[in-house]
Design a protein around this ligand. Structure first.
Ligand code: TYM
Length: 332
């Protein structure tokens, strides 16, 4: 089977619906046809300040959400990035073949560093994409399913793999990004021209997987729309309604046109009520399962440990090959 790799940061107590639709739903499907590796990228989360106790808890919670959403830890390898030491080690080697200017062109870095200012921007944030390349390349990955905000990082990963291979001989599989067009970007409910994000300034525009149902419903009812009053997909002129339609279609597996037909001649209130039912119906069972899993953290830790062992075996083989190729002396 071809290999698949993807991951998420444990940067909040809960994932948001963009992570769920843009990533988890695809992962759940794809794990059947690929040998899949899914990580909770806690080393990446350290690129911005974290409270240590909270980070540990968020890491467990993120893993629990993967499982509750249908990632099967016996079928796929679901592990915590820092449990596999090879990630940090390969990131170092790759950083030595990454151009300073090349890394500086990453738009996510440019956005974040502009927001934080030079002194609050860590070197780790700058080299973040190199660590991401290490994640992917360690597993000889064929495909990387991500939302479109991560596409540039996967392109960098391809460049680094090709550069390494041409300098040191065939070592890495060159991965391709897989981006689901329709759901590549879910937008903030209050600000439907910007991406929904775990680090949004206001909570009102973010639908959290672990919100209680009444909170999710309230946020949907208050979502920004427009004055036209017709439920119609038009990304340009009706970003709010279009975003809600995208969410509706992704969660029900229905075509947007069919949903437009169903709500033709009815107001936004009806449409939002319908969507609130869809969202809370989808999230309810996931939330219950997460709470069950978190009730037994020892069992969860045991699952993660067993999975890290499988990941370790694959990653170590690649790293050892890399060390040989670049000329590091073996310890005998
Ligand atoms: P992260 O944690 O920001 O997001 C996890 C995944 O969710 C997708 N996503 C979205 N999709 C649609 N609409 C949105 N509003 C939305 N917000 C987030 C992201 O595109 C991503 O697929 N650097 C990565 C984590 C990472 C990784 C990797 C991914 C580290 N190593 C290796 C793939 C392979 C990140 O910060 O994702």
């Amino acid at each position: 089977k071809p290999r698949l790799y993807s991951g998420m940061q444990p940067s909040a107590d809960s994932l948001q619906i963009g992570n769920y639709i843009g990533a988890l739903l695809q992962w759940r499907e794809l794990q059947n046809s690929y040998e899949a590796f899914f990580s909770v990228v806690d080393l990446h989360a350290l690129t911005v300040a974290q409270d240590p106790a909270e980070l540990r808890e968020k890491t467990r919670r993120t893993a629990a959400q993967y499982i509750a959403a249908g990632i099967e830890p016996t079928k796929s390898t679901l592990y915590v990035q820092s449990h596999v030491r090879a990630h940090a080690e390969l990131a170092w080697i790759l950083s030595t073949i990454t151009g300073f200017g090349e890394a500086g062109r990453m738009t996510q870095f440019k956005d974040k560093s502009a927001r934080y200012g030079a002194d609050a921007t860590s070197v780790g944030l700058f080299t973040y994409p190199v660590l991401m390349a290490a994640d992917i390349l360690l597993y000889q990955t064929d495909v990387v399913p991500v939302g479109d905000d991560q596409k540039q990082h996967v392109e960098l990963t391809r460049d680094l793999a090709e550069r390494f291979n041409s300098r040191f001989g065939e070592t890495f599989t060159v991965p391709i990004p897989v981006i689901q067009k329709d759901t590549a970007r879910i937008y903030d409910l209050q600000n439907p021209t910007s991406k929904m994000s775990k680090s949004a300034e206001s909570d009102a525009g973010v639908l959290w997987l672990l919100d209680d149902p009444s909170a999710s419903a309230k946020k949907i009812m208050r979502a920004v729309t427009d004055n036209e009053g017709s439920v119609r997909y038009d990304r340009e002129n009706k970003p709010g309604v279009s975003n809600l339609l995208t969410i509706y279609a992704a969660l029900t597996g229905r075509q947007i046109a069919a949903i437009e037909d169903e709500y033709a001649g009815r107001g936004y209130g009806d449409f939002k009520k319908g969507l609130a039912e869809v969202v809370t119906g989808e999230f309810g069972p996931v939330r219950e399962r997460v709470l069950e899993l978190l009730d037994d953290p020892a069992e969860l830790d045991r699952i993660l440990a067993a999975n890290a062992e499988r990941a370790d075996a694959v990653a170590d083989a690649t790293l050892s090959d890399v060390y040989d190729r670049v000329g590091l002396l073996r310890r005998v």
